[in-house]
Design a protein around this ligand. Structure first.
Ligand SMILES: Nc1ncnc2c1ncn2[C@@H]1O[C@H](COP(=O)(O)OP(=O)(O)OP(=O)(O)O)[C@@H](O)[C@H]1O
Ligand SMILES: [Mg+2]
Length: 463
């Protein structure tokens, strides 16, 4: 663990360095705040010991500088007898502790040990949280920018709005924000605002009391309560009923809400991350989305780039999905040739990373000799038109062939949109009801889901 001592008195720096090095810490020194901040940029420290009285910018100002650069770094203020008030002010501004001059060495050791313990605990919690989620793959400039944004915003308490087309990884980004936040020890709770009928969304978010409405047989905790001290991911926020939006805004502003049918005002400390693929500005303009809620959520927007804007990530993504597929299915590692990868890079994935993932799984299934070659790619990329599916078209009545083609096509589209009926119907330009009817008529079966979808895992029923 690394400690930076910022103090203008060389003697104090020297004695602090001596005792801390004895304890096994690596120690850097700076004689004033600006030098300290510059040093931190090159060599981040886990703990900063910061004198309140410094030449030029004072300690409390420098504290702000440390916290914006390194939100997870713990700062211990060192103050003379006369500036205890300043030290208390510093605590309010995010300092971890303060030490009084003249310094007592045992107190220094203890304060540093406590800060170090807090840092280790948080590191471990973050690692555990990270292990529950899939990583965001991609080293292109576009994805690096996303990752930098995430690291920047995650440790704050601001609401985050993640925007981007379908399948670009908005959900993964939300999970990463949770993992890197100070809420990572708490739960990650998610809810899909588009999937819940309008008359139930309020109860879903805020819970209800027994008997609040027909069917409310018992008290139920809402997502806000479940997410207390953790992150609440409001997916497809653009589809949230406008009447509910006012209540969400209130919950965001002061953490207050009421269960449906309840009179008690409840509080929850929740970090909210929202996502949408809708153009919210337009929704606001057309009166379907509250402007105040939009501003509240959009404090820090993160844009997930469409895959066509970072095709250089396709090989890495494809290998990642391939490895995952082989592991989940207990298969030997399947290779993919460079030629095949190059061809994948030329495709326009309208369903973005999700479509690439689905294609890679299909390629894995149809690979021969544990290798995906250019030929495999060409045969599978356009399933409706390639030889794979034409066998059943031979010498058949047109009507039957048409059905088969329609079935394959709709199946492909459903997989592309992750079996989101509304979205798939939109892409096919038919009504969701018609799509439902076709699924039944054509006997299309939803592929078995991999065990434990996120909703089942996270929601943790609370009745
Ligand atoms: N950068 C990435 N690295 C690894 N996997 C990714 C990446 N981006 C997306 N995926 C995968 O692609 C699929 C779709 O991602 P995700 O569900 O996060 O998209 P989304 O933007 O929320 O889409 P939608 O708007 O349809 O909900 C998931 O299986 C996810 O694991
Ligand atoms: Mg999503």
């Amino acid at each position: 663990m690394r400690i930076l001592v910022i103090d203008d008195e060389p003697n104090i720096r020297r004695s602090l360095r001596d005792i801390l090095e004895d304890e096994g810490y690596e120690v850097d020194e700076a004689g004033d705040g600006e030098t300290g901040l510059r040093l931190l940029e090159r060599q981040p420290a886990d703990i900063v010991l910061l004198d309140v009285k410094l030449p030029k910018a004072d300690g409390v100002t420098i504290l702000g500088g440390v916290k914006t650069r390194l939100p997870h770094t713990e700062v211990i203020m060192i103050s003379g007898h006369s500036d205890i008030e300043t030290a208390v002010d510093a605590l309010r501004k995010g300092a971890y502790d303060f030490l009084e001059k003249p310094l007592s060495l045992p107190k220094v050791r203890l304060a540093v040990a406590h800060a170090a313990e807090k840092i280790s605990l948080r590191k471990r919690a973050r690692e555990q949280a990270a292990a529950r989620f899939q990583p965001l793959i991609g080293t292109s400039a576009a994805m690096s920018a996303v990752r930098a944004m995430i690291s920047r915003v995650a440790p704050t308490t601001s609401s985050v709005l993640i925007r981007g087309e379908s399948g670009t990884g908005k959900e993964l980004a939300a999970q990463q924000i949770h993992v890197q936040s100070n809420f990572s020890e708490g739960p990650f709770v998610q809810t899909n605002c588009a999937a819940i009928p309008h008359d139930l969304i309020e109860s879903e978010l805020f819970g209800h009391e027994k008997g609040a409405f027909t069917g409310a047989a018992a008290r139920r905790l809402g997502k806000f309560e479940q997410a207390n001290n953790g992150t609440l991911f409001l997916d497809e926020i653009g589809d949230m009923d406008i009447a509910v939006q006012a209540k969400v805004l209130r919950a965001l502003q002061n953490g207050e809400f009421q269960r449906v049918g309840g009179t008690e005002t409840l509080f929850a400390k929740v970090r909210v991350v929202a996502a949408t693929n809708k153009n919210l500005e337009k929704e606001v303009e057309e009166g379907r989305f509250r402007e105040d809620l939009f501003f509240r959520l959009n404090v820090v927007p993160i844009f997930m780039p469409p895959l066509r804007e970072h095709p250089e990530d396709i090989p890495e993504l494809a290998r990642h999905f391939l490895a995952g597929f082989c592991m989940e299915n207990g298969r030997e590692q399947i290779r993919i040739t460079d030629e095949a990868l190059e061809r994948l890079k030329t495709f326009s994935f309208r369903g973005n990373v999700r479509e690439l993932k689905n294609l890679v799984e299909r390629l894995a299934i149809f690979s021969t000799g544990n290798e995906i070659t250019l030929a495999t790619v060409l045969a599978q990329a356009h399933p409706v038109l390639t030889g794979q599916n034409t066998h059943f078209l031979r010498s058949r009545p047109l009507a039957e062939a048409k059905n088969e083609l329609e079935k394959t096509y709709i199946e492909t589209q459903l997989n592309l949109y992750g079996w989101d009926i509304v979205r798939t119907a939109e892409a096919l330009d038919i009504l969701p009801n018609n799509l439902h009817r076709k699924i039944t008529q054509l006997g299309i079966q939803r592929p078995h889901r991999k065990h434990g979808t996120k909703d089942e895992e996270e929601a943790g029923d609370s009745e």
